[in-house]
Design a protein around this ligand. Structure first.
Ligand code: GDP
Ligand code: MG
Length: 438
């Protein structure tokens, strides 16, 4: 992917004590190709490369002691600013309810994101109301109602016979009456942008006067996502973008181009189908992620949401005393499951690449196996895994009815978790305060 390519380019640069202008030109050429291959808009790429070149040459970076690192830093800065620089918060109306209109093409993830966003807001103490304004697809209203039930969130609908403008208007009255301070309007999409759809959205906009119009775009559609964003923005003057399916096999071009092309920031990203898989978008973290510098802050936030506070404290103590044992690890795996797929979590760490992480994910069955394996160890072994040599591994495998490779895998996971835990205990306090969720 893009990340690996760029990391490759920079590794070469960093390895050099001195960088000539020719080296830089060659590196930037590779960066350019990598970005284009990742489906980044070509105008955006051109600007981007020019900026980096100017800064690198202009600031006498090449003459500095660590030119490679300086260039990486410039690229990191420029990537961050390309994606909007600062994290863009959700605007809230000073006069509730805050109305958020969700728009986009069919299948982009509007309804799912509407549910996710309401969940996110509820966790912050808001009282959202979901509004079903997609009256054209028979199952659309039902889909929102099911989401509402799962999230224990009220859903306002008037069936599919009333027009969306009426529904939206009535929903506002309803929210006023029932004290909902955020109204999330799920609108209809089409397979392609068409005039009728746009006209309807403009009418809804006029009647509800939204604080936010969030365009939901599917990151997997690459350059197309950017074109869609441009059109919607022209007609509706959107306030931000929710980029969905970033968990998929996307080349990342949309994330890098949307802000530059539309001038509107990405506010959230969808990282999966689950209802908690929505994250505020942090350009600086995304840039670090692309450049392989890891995304420790997102990870810490996830950890802080997912971990039981008390347990986390105990773990931290144990780690400090170097007492984190395989038994704790078992406990830990249960906590980790709450954070999301393990491979996604680990991927955010610096120095972790996707290849290394394949197969790290634990499902229920594997978890049971891990438990059996750990229970087949002696107390001594659990406390001091370094004791577990080849013959012990065989014994443990036989005792738990598993293969030696499986024992190896658990031990390896233990090792990685230990490292992960160390990162948390080291970073959680010092860095957290600086970054607040919108
Ligand atoms: P809508 O037509 O715009 O309302 O789209 P939906 O909300 O119905 O979503 C379409 C499909 O995309 C569904 O299968 C969702 O589960 C899926 N989806 C939405 N967001 C994400 C995401 O962030 N990641 C993944 N992997 N799937 C998503
Ligand atoms: Mg929908």
């Amino acid at each position: 992917g893009l990340g690996e390519k760029l990391q490759g380019v920079f590794k070469k640069l960093k390895g050099k004590g001195k960088i000539s202008e020719t080296d830089l030109k060659a590196a930037l050429r590779e960066v350019r190709v990598a970005l284009l291959e990742a489906d980044v808009n070509y105008k955006v790429v051109k600007n981007f490369i020019n900026n980096i070149n100017d800064r690198a040459v202009g600031q006498e970076v090449l003459e500095s002691l660590t030119p490679g690192q300086q260039v990486v830093k410039i690229v990191n800065d420029e990537l961050t600013s390309l994606m909007g620089g600062e994290t863009s918060k959700l605007n809230m109306s000073s006069k509730p309810p805050t109305v958020i209109m969700m728009v986009g093409l069919q299948g982009s993830g509007k309804t799912t994101s509407t549910g996710k966003l309401s969940n996110y807001l509820k966790k912050q103490g808001r009282r959202p109301l979901l509004v079903a304004c997609d009256i054209y697809r028979p199952a659309a209203i039902k889909q929102l109602q099911v989401l509402g039930e799962q999230l224990e969130m009220p859903v306002f609908s008037m069936g599919d016979k009333t027009n969306p403008v009426e529904i939206a208007k009535s929903a506002l009255d309803h929210a006023m009456h029932y004290g909902n301070d955020v109204v999330l309007i799920d609108t209809a999409g089409r397979l392609h942008i068409d005039e009728e759809l746009m006209e309807e959205l403009v009418k809804v906009k006029k009647i509800v006067n939204p604080t936010e119009i969030l365009l939901v775009v599917d990151a997997m559609t690459g350059q197309d996502a950017v074109n869609v964003a441009e059109r919607f923005n022209e007609l509706l003057d959107i306030t931000g973008v929710v980029l969905t399916k970033l968990d998929g096999d996307t080349r990342g071009g949309a994330a890098l181009s949307v802000k530059a092309v539309t001038g509107k920031p990405i506010k959230f990203v969808g990282m999966g189908e689950k209802l908690d898989a929505l994250e505020p978008f942090h350009p600086d973290r995304m840039s670090s992620r692309i450049l392989g510098m890891g995304d420790v802050l997102t990870l810490i936030e996830k950890a802080q949401e997912g971990f039981d506070e008390q347990k986390a404290k105990e773990m931290e103590l144990k780690l400090k005393k170097a007492e984190f044992t395989l038994e704790d690890f078992l406990d830990q795996m249960q906590e980790m499951k709450k954070m999301g797929p393990l491979d996604q979590v680990m991927e955010m760490l610096p120095g972790m690449n996707k290849g290394k992480l394949k197969g790290l994910q634990l499902d229920e069955k594997e978890f049971d196996r891990a438990r059996a394996i750990i229970q087949s160890m002696t107390l001594e072994e659990r406390r001091k895994p370094s004791l577990i040599n080849g013959s012990r591994r065989k014994r443990i495998a036989a005792g738990s009815g598993s293969k030696v490779q499986e024992v190896n895998r658990i031990l390896k996971q233990f090792d990685q978790t230990q490292k992960l835990m160390k990162q948390f205990s080291g970073m959680s306090k010092s860095k957290k305060a600086k970054f607040k969720l919108p």
